[in-house]
Design a protein around this ligand. Structure first.
Ligand code: ZN
Length: 431
């Protein structure tokens, strides 16, 4: 159960993509990975362990191969962001004696699940200093704000009609009734006190609401994990454990990429549509001084795009295709979609299945019901951006995008084991 405990700690310490990258960095530094910066010249060594971040919310880490680009890279990809509510630049609202905070919706939030929870604030604050802008990290810890539901006596049809929430009107959480919060700068001064800095120097923030309840195991055998952000910190964590366990350098480069902004379409500087991973591979290829090194590296590479999958829900099993019922605790799920919403091909599916069989990891397959729209992930975007053969996989879970999602405890080690094999094995995909 030790990886489950570590996963729970990882989830608790990573309420935002910024914190997730900090958590990943801590583990990498522990394993002697060295930080590189995109703005500087790189001189990397074969067998060396490195990482680089972009925007402090996306990260690429790798163990450099002995025979790059001829062996390319074995890449595992995931995303650091999760749907949530984010603070507006001028958030103060005074209504009927209450001080509230104005929020925006980030990604496909299951809004009703954010009501009646012990919420707080986390993220980063940008502060003017003598040497330019300085970033301060905020993780409040204590319950600070709340979005109470309307009593059933005032909303008699809520059980029949479902909870209807207007995003502008019904989402602002209640903060306080204190008079001290009436001014526009109240939040700034509170932040200044929390972070021990001069409030007049705060220029902007990137603050999210999050649930202060810790990740927990549940069930008579503790076979499930309940937490926020399992989509997709589960895959960032399992990919990271596999990379950190990697015992030695291989002919191929072992890469982990964790992107921000998947939940809003990836079209950002740090997202899967960006140049981030391409630039890393290009820089490693250029150092070999062999011709067409980048193109050869990509052609010799494989990407395992790891994101969560929908387990069949016993109360709603009609939402799944009857021949494709992914289950929690039954190993990684390979995701296919003939419209290209997943990048898996028959070939990459066969490749991943073979890796799982060889490693004694059970494996499952998923397609969406033909009459329902299919979600997507970083797989197809990265596959198209780089031209790298890709398989989309994930762990089965319930209540995706809820503030309290559920996944299987056994799947933590199954995914780590499968990802370790991806890094360790040489099972060529190209002929
Ligand atoms: Zn996801």
């Amino acid at each position: 159960m030790s990886s489950v405990l570590d996963l729970r700690q990882f989830l608790n310490s990573s309420p935002t993509p910024f914190h997730a990258v900090q958590s990943i960095k801590r583990q990498l530094i522990d394993k002697d990975f060295k930080e590189l910066r995109e703005s500087q010249l790189w001189e990397t060594m074969r067998g060396g362990k490195y990482y680089v971040t972009r925007g402090e919310t996306s990260i690429v880490a790798w163990v450099q191969g002995e025979s790059f680009p001829d062996h390319g890279a074995h890449i595992i990809g995931a995303h650091t962001d999760s749907p949530n509510l984010r603070l507006k630049p001028h958030p103060n609202i005074n209504r009927n004696g209450y001080r509230q905070l104005g929020v925006e919706v980030y990604g496909g939030v299951l809004l009703g699940t954010w009501t009646d929870r012990d919420l707080s604030l986390a993220g980063r604050v940008f502060v003017e200093s003598a040497n330019g802008l300085k970033t301060y990290s905020l993780l409040c810890g204590q319950p600070l704000i709340r979005i109470p539901q309307l009593a059933i006596h005032l909303n008699r049809e809520v059980n029949e009609k479902g909870l209807q929430l207007n995003r502008q009107k019904h989402l602002p959480p209640i903060l306080t009734k204190s008079q001290n919060w009436e001014t526009d700068d109240a939040l700034k001064f509170w932040l200044a006190e929390e972070l021990d800095l001069d409030g007049s120097k705060i220029r902007s923030w990137d603050l999210s609401l999050y649930d202060t309840q810790s990740a927990e195991c549940w069930g008579p055998n503790l076979e499930f994990i309940a937490s926020a952000r399992l989509d997709n910190l589960f895959c960032c964590f399992t990919g990271l454990q596999a990379l950190c366990k990697s015992r030695s350098a291989k002919p191929w480069t072992q890469v982990l990429v964790c992107y921000d902004h998947e939940e809003i379409g990836s079209q950002t500087t740090e997202g899967a549509h960006s140049s981030f991973l391409e630039f890393v591979i290009r820089r490693l290829a250029e150092q070999t001084e062999s011709r067409q090194a980048y193109e050869r590296a990509v052609a010799n590479s494989i990407l395992v795009s790891a994101d969560m999958a929908h387990a069949v829900h016993p109360n709603y099993s009609e939402q799944h295709d009857p021949n494709h019922f992914p289950q929690m605790n039954e190993g990684p799920v390979i995701k296919r979609n003939s419209q290209g919403r997943y990048a898996t091909s028959a070939k990459t599916e066969a490749w991943f299945e073979q890796i799982c069989y060889k490693s004694n990891v059970p494996v499952q397959k998923f397609v969406m019901r033909t009459d329902l729209a299919c979600g997507s992930t970083i797989g197809p975007i990265t596959a198209a951006r780089l031209g790298v053969e890709t398989v989309d996989v994930g762990a089965a879970m319930l209540a995706m995008h809820s503030i309290r999602e559920t996944c299987g405890s056994l799947d933590v080690d199954y995914l780590i084991k499968a990802f370790e094999a991806i890094y360790e094995e040489h099972l060529p995909i190209t002929n």
